[in-house]
Design a protein. Structure first.
Length: 481
């Protein structure tokens, strides 16, 4: 996925480079036909560009490109047929509604790069992840074999040999004159940007192996107030980030397994002040909006299997498998570093049937699906009261009314009850799709008791079993067993 992101980013960077060059040279040669020709000469695609608009007035210069579409390469692209003689492409693997860029030439005269606006509007990407690990985008970013009806000169034996020699020379140069990692301090140009980002993006990921589909709709990613000066990072080293999206996971049964409505923002410090190196750690304020939901969480299936005794006590664990719809917005802070997302606080996500709690320090590695999370399920208050009342009644029957069932129950069940609600703490780790789950409560020894055992059973076998549960021995003595 990381390589795919780099490839897509490289394509957009290629387009923007052409546009900036067009602005610098007054844009006289930048047309939709020219852009199509450049794209199809560099990438293994069939391209379409609807319109190019260039604005050159005073210090503000702008260019807009509308209707960029990339589709799998075909004979029309190979032949280099002029855009005017082609039928438009109705849809493609990658589509871009509009690219809008505005730069300041006056800033360049003062050794500053000032981009007033750089926005990609309504990008649409259809990504398929094949069962063998490949994807449908890789082939698009290769060099085409045929350009303008002729073998691509960039792939000729001479060109390839020259490229290989250049790469060897670069390696030799790097070995002889090793340089340190990139530092913003080595760039003599201050960078200021007003708005950089994506508006109303739409990404669909089809997972062939699992049959899942991940849809990202309404993607808004905005970087604002970008102020970076490598010579003065103490005062000029910030980027404000806003990220909004609706992320839906659809299972192979075509049902929605989860939907996350996200509203994220934060102020980033992109470089380490002392060294100028890229800051490896960033923090975000995340808000998950009301009506987000989770259904069929794999960890809950494991929990249900670990606690059969609770069903005997009257607690219906099948509620864990029902859709949990968030009943209010929940804000929390996360830290991101090298693909790892770590929770910096302890948010609680309330739903109709239960609250899902996440413990500080829990994390997910987005690039591998590995995770280690300490969590807790706090059951609905009404459902908990009903279940706890059932437990107390069974204790009364088993003890023949000897003692306070509430005190006895709390001693035995321990952290299974929190604020008079059923509480199931657990730890889940490994692959998110097939996690290993450890339940943090000890209730297996209560099976006989909650099933209606009597006093003489408690004195015998059950007495020995309960001694294994913290606090149970003292409770038995108190009640005269």
């Amino acid at each position: 996925m990381k390589k795919i992101g780099i490839a897509i980013g490289g394509f957009f960077a290629f387009i923007l480079l052409i546009l900036i060059v067009g602005l610098v040279f007054a844009g006289s040669f930048i047309t939709n036909s020219f852009l199509v020709k450049q794209i199809e000469s560099a990438l293994n695609v069939r391209a379409h560009v609807e319109k190019v608009n260039i604005n050159l007035f005073s210090a503000l210069s702008g260019i807009e490109v509308e209707g960029i579409i990339l589709a799998p390469r075909d004979e029309i692209a190979n032949s280099g047929r002029p855009l005017e003689e082609r039928k438009p492409i109705s849809s493609g693997t990658i589509q871009l509604g509009k690219a809008d860029i505005k730069i300041s030439f006056l800033a360049l005269l003062t050794k500053s790069l000032k981009v007033n606006k750089l926005v990609l509007k309504e990008p649409k990407i259809a990504l398929t992840m094949y069962a063998d690990g490949g994807n449908n985008l890789t082939s698009l970013f290769k060099s085409p074999k045929i350009v303008n009806g002729e073998p691509n000169p960039a792939l000729s034996p001479e060109a390839l040999a020259e490229k290989a020699e250049a790469e060897k020379e670069a390696i030799r140069e790097a070995l002889e004159n090793p340089s340190g990692p990139f530092s913003i301090k080595s760039i003599p140009v201050a960078i200021q940007m007003g708005l950089v980002g994506i508006q109303n993006g739409d990404i669909t990921v089809n997972m062939q192996k699992s049959g899942q589909v991940i849809q990202i709709k309404g993607l808004d990613l905005e970087l604002t107030d970008i102020d970076i000066d490598g010579s003065d990072l103490d005062s000029h080293n910030k980027v404000d980030v806003n990220f909004d999206a609706e992320v839906t996971v659809i299972g192979k049964n075509k049902n929605e397994a989860a939907k996350f409505l996200l509203d994220t923002n934060g102020r980033l410090t992109p470089f380490v002040v002392k060294t100028g190196l890229v800051n490896p750690v960033v923090r975000y304020n995340v808000k998950m909006l009301e009506d987000s939901f989770l259904s069929g969480f794999a960890a809950f299936d494991a929990i249900s299997g670990e606690l059969p005794v609770l069903n005997q006590a009257g607690l219906k664990l099948d509620k864990l498998k029902e859709k949990a719809i968030l009943t209010k917005d929940v804000g929390f802070e996360v830290e991101y570093s090298n693909g790892k997302i770590t929770f910096l606080d302890e948010p609680t996500f309330p739903s109709k049937n239960y609250d899902l709690q996440i413990v500080k320090g829990s994390y997910i590695v987005a690039t591998t699906n590995y995770h280690e999370m300490k969590m807790g399920v706090l059951y609905d208050e009404a459902e908990s009261k009903k279940s706890i009342a059932g437990v107390d009644e069974k204790i009364k029957q088993a003890t023949k009314g000897n003692g306070d069932p509430k005190e006895y129950r709390n001693k035995i069940l321990g952290n299974l009850i929190k604020d008079d609600r059923i509480n199931i703490p657990f730890r889940t780790y490994g692959d998110l799709r097939n996690p290993t789950v450890e339940v943090g409560v000890s209730v297996g020894s209560l099976t006989d008791l909650l099933g209606g055992a009597v006093k003489d059973v408690l004195k015998g076998k059950m007495n020995d079993e309960l001694k294994k549960v913290p606090g149970a021995g003292d409770a038995l003595k108190k009640f005269g067993f």
